[in-house]
Design a binder for this molecule. Sequence first.
Ligand SMILES: NC(=O)C1=CN([C@@H]2O[C@H](COP(=O)(O)OP(=O)(O)OC[C@H]3O[C@@H](n4cnc5c(N)ncnc54)[C@H](OP(=O)(O)O)[C@@H]3O)[C@@H](O)[C@H]2O)C=CC1
Ligand SMILES: O=CC(=O)O
Length: 283
Amino acid sequence: MGEEVGFLGLGIMGKAMSMNLIRHGFKCDELVEHGASVAETPAAVVKKCKYTIAMLSDPSAAHSVVFDKDGVLEQMCSGKGYVDMSTVDSDTSSKISEAITSKGGCFLEAPVSGSKKPAEDGQLVILAAGEKKLYEEALPAFDVMGKKSLFLGQVGNGAKMKLVVNMIMGSMLNAFSEGLILADKSGLNTQTLLDVLDLGGIANPMFKMKGPTMIQKSYSPAFPLKHQQKDMRLALALGDENAVSMPVAAAANEAFKKARSMGLGDLDFSAVYEAVKFPQNSS
Ligand SMILES: NC(=O)C1=CN([C@@H]2O[C@H](COP(=O)(O)OP(=O)(O)OC[C@H]3O[C@@H](n4cnc5c(N)ncnc54)[C@H](OP(=O)(O)O)[C@@H]3O)[C@@H](O)[C@H]2O)C=CC1
Ligand SMILES: O=CC(=O)O
């Protein structure tokens, strides 16, 4: 990926990831600042660039950027590559893959694990699947955006891996929220709980990072709650398809849905703490 790279989707993640590409000498299209040029439509980006990377909110956004009028597909052709790093379900990814390859292009899905700070620091974990040749071509870009890239085989495997990881993460955050509430309601100091957790076998970076801000009710979005709920929903659908019973994840999804209904969808996903707390406060 020596040539100019197109980047579609400059939200929390896309902005940080594309900035890293620019910092490391990639010429990035679709960035307003820092000397990169801006194109009007996804089709115009694809026309101009050999490689286009997308980092979009959800399956519907990933789908429409490719298939809608002035979308990626209009200018896709042999010799071009499309790398979708959004978190979507494997069906969406497969449909996009089929469309891109039917026009002669190459497709790779490459969702990432790691949030705003790892994106800024080039420390993401990249879960790629699809066209191996495109993976190899994309590695120099992945190396500046991430600390580790994995190639997981056929299209869909990257999407599934990402959903499994985020299903676990969302369930853990709910258990953590309940623990904070239980500690508080039973007269314990929540900061002491964080210290104890950090010393033991269930210490982890998420509890360490989110715990103090949750205690302070500070939910500036690194990973928007609406996206975590989307991931729980998609992971539960994957469970349906495979007849995997997931009562813990289903309960966690309900809490994220409740948080959305409370208007917390654009806050950080740790704001689920407020939804978990709410029934206790209202009783
Ligand atoms: N934030 C995080 O910690 C992580 C997020 N992810 C995943 O990465 C993806 C992006 O997340 P994040 O950056 O946080 O999300 P944001 O909500 O900050 O950004 C989403 C981006 O998608 C664009 N978009 C949405 N709908 C459309 C559409 N119909 N057509 C074109 N563009 C569209 C938005 O454009 P506009 O602003 O113009 O609406 C924006 O650039 C999601 O799939 C998320 O699940 C993965 C790992 C970590
Ligand atoms: O998808 C979110 C993350 O932190 O990874």
